[in-house]
Design a protein around this ligand. Sequence first.
Ligand SMILES: C[S@@+](CC[C@H](N)C(=O)[O-])C[C@H]1O[C@@H](n2cnc3c(N)ncnc32)[C@H](O)[C@@H]1O
Length: 258
Amino acid sequence: MSLHEFYNPELYEMKVGISPRVGPLYLSALHHLAPGSTVMELGCGIGDVLLPFARLGHRVHGIDSSPEMLRRFQERLTEEGLGQQAELHRCMLPDLPESVPADAILMPYDLISHLLDDSQLTELFMNCRRISKPDTELLLDVARFDVAYLGSLAGPTGSLTRAHGIYDYVGDHCLNISEQSRYTPETGVLSCTFRYEELDKSGRLVTTWFRELKLYPRRIREVTAALELAGFATVRVDDTPFPDGMDHFLVHARVAHG
Ligand SMILES: C[S@@+](CC[C@H](N)C(=O)[O-])C[C@H]1O[C@@H](n2cnc3c(N)ncnc32)[C@H](O)[C@@H]1O
């Protein structure tokens, strides 16, 4: 299954089985941007993070590999009359569009965990460095690398099923979502299989489907080292609290000192 199939705009917009949004945190971390700045987001999805920047009058560039997610983002921009301020690029990271003079480059929601090996992360940061001005701010978040949790998902007996909950769905139906995860220390890849059970209003099972996502959790030190290797001189890690107990770090980087 490709990432496109995993990221479904309708489910994403309904907030079905997806943890809290991190947009407000990014907006407040960048409250000092001058009016009319250019904000670029990698893995922008349906625009939850960038739309508020566009509403403030900034120019926004959204990058995503999923045509369905980008299509919904474009519709939302048009619905709000913000289409003139935005450019959406279909692009598979670590590639980036040739040249976007961004004042800020955002990678919210542990986007980099979608890059399943170290060379892809290095390439992504090098490409960000290439399009950065000296004062471009790079902002990303990284989930805490939880050794005990990942260890518990490794080995022959180590897969874990966890319940995500029951969500309202189309009509009067509900979705009961659970996840089975498995971690392979040899490759560093976390494989998650999500199970969706659609229930009718009397709780009867209508249909079941599965979606898969592979992630590559990283230690924060690996991320800051990769940024430094790519030429980002100022790298700072904040332990700003994330919404609803998300255990993530916020990382700021710039090309120049200061
Ligand atoms: C969890 S969603 C986050 C969307 C948005 N940043 C937010 O916080 O609401 C991750 C998005 O990253 C995109 N994505 C993941 N890996 C990607 C890659 N290698 N290249 C481009 N987009 C990618 C997915 O298509 C999806 O839309």
